[in-house]
Design a protein around this ligand. Structure first.
Ligand SMILES: Nc1ncnc2c1ncn2[C@@H]1O[C@H](COP(=O)(O)OP(=O)(O)OP(=O)(O)O)[C@@H](O)[C@H]1O
Ligand SMILES: [Mg+2]
Length: 251
């Protein structure tokens, strides 16, 4: 089982969009499970989840059987496990127990992932927080999702340092890779940010970036993946290249 954690130095760069849509592309090749590790609980919304769905990873008593139940009802394009909407007290207690228990997520994955799972994609809360720490400790690949703007670019060195200091997967080395999302090819600044990221980090960066494509927002509005909603879109073509690039990445 290969675990890919989608992380970012700040919010809004497109992690949830990529987990849902890259997950959909990977699911064409291998058994893939998506996991929402962000208390915002929005990954499922991109895949048709009920708006007030309570169940998920963080809700008490949520077992593999409960996850199967949820997926059986929702029948999503790609299997996913929401974060859930536990009461605020439970949420705080969970945060505290994660601090004291660095293996919490590893055990939760063992509990929740069917044994035949080949890829797990984690939609990780942005910035430096306990969910990111736990995700980095289990990930084979950390895919850092950046947006094509100068402020996001300026956050990269600090984030790179945080990745170096983060706990690592005990079963093998983690590869830290980068993708610049929302590159509008008509905008020189967006192209410059993408190219500067590539020059700074070399082959750890997906060279072309991912295009800013209205089809992504429209697909989200229809609560479908881009593969389903806009199969001929540029974004989907870019995403297929990204998937191939990730599969070739070696630790
Ligand atoms: N390549 C793209 N082209 C166009 N719109 C995009 C693209 N990627 C993401 N978006 C849009 O950008 C917005 C933010 O995306 P998303 O919610 O996936 O980011 P996030 O990193 O998960 O944010 P958050 O920090 O809130 O969890 C959404 O409206 C999404 O539809
Ligand atoms: Mg998100």
């Amino acid at each position: 089982m290969k675990i890919i954690a989608l992380v970012a130095p700040r919010g809004g760069t497109g992690r949830s969009t990529l987990v849902a849509n890259l997950g959909r592309v990977l699911a064409e090749k291998a058994r893939t499970l998506l996991l929402d590790l962000d208390p915002q609980n929005s990954l499922g919304l991109l895949l048709g989840m009920e708006v007030l769905e309570e169940r998920g990873l963080a809700t008490p008593g949520f077992t593999r059987a409960r996850a199967a139940e949820l997926l059986g009802e929702a029948k999503p394009e790609v299997p996913y496990i929401p974060f859930g909407r536990p009461p605020i007290r439970v949420r705080f207690d969970l945060g505290a127990s994660l601090l004291a228990d660095p293996d919490w997520l590893r055990r939760r994955l063992d509990d929740l992932c069917p044994p035949e799972t080949e890829f797990v994609l984690l939609d990780v809360a942005a910035g430096h927080n306990i969910w990111q720490q736990q995700a980095l400790a289990v990930a084979d690949i950390a895919l850092v999702v950046l947006s094509a703007d100068p402020v996001c670019y300026a956050l990269v060195p600090g984030f790179e340092q945080a990745l170096t200091e983060a706990p690592r997967n005990a079963s093998g080395p983690r590869r830290d890779l980068y993708v610049v999302n929302c590159v509008d090819p008509r905008k020189a600044l967006a192209r410059d940010v993408r190219d500067a990221t590539f020059h700074a980090l070399g082959d750890a960066v997906f060279p072309t970036g991912l295009v800013d494509d209205e089809a992504v927002r429209e697909a989200a509005a229809h609560r479908q993946t881009v593969a389903h909603y806009a199969p001929h879109s540029q974004f989907l073509a870019d995403l297929r290249h990204l998937a191939a690039w990730l599969l070739e990445a070696r630790p």
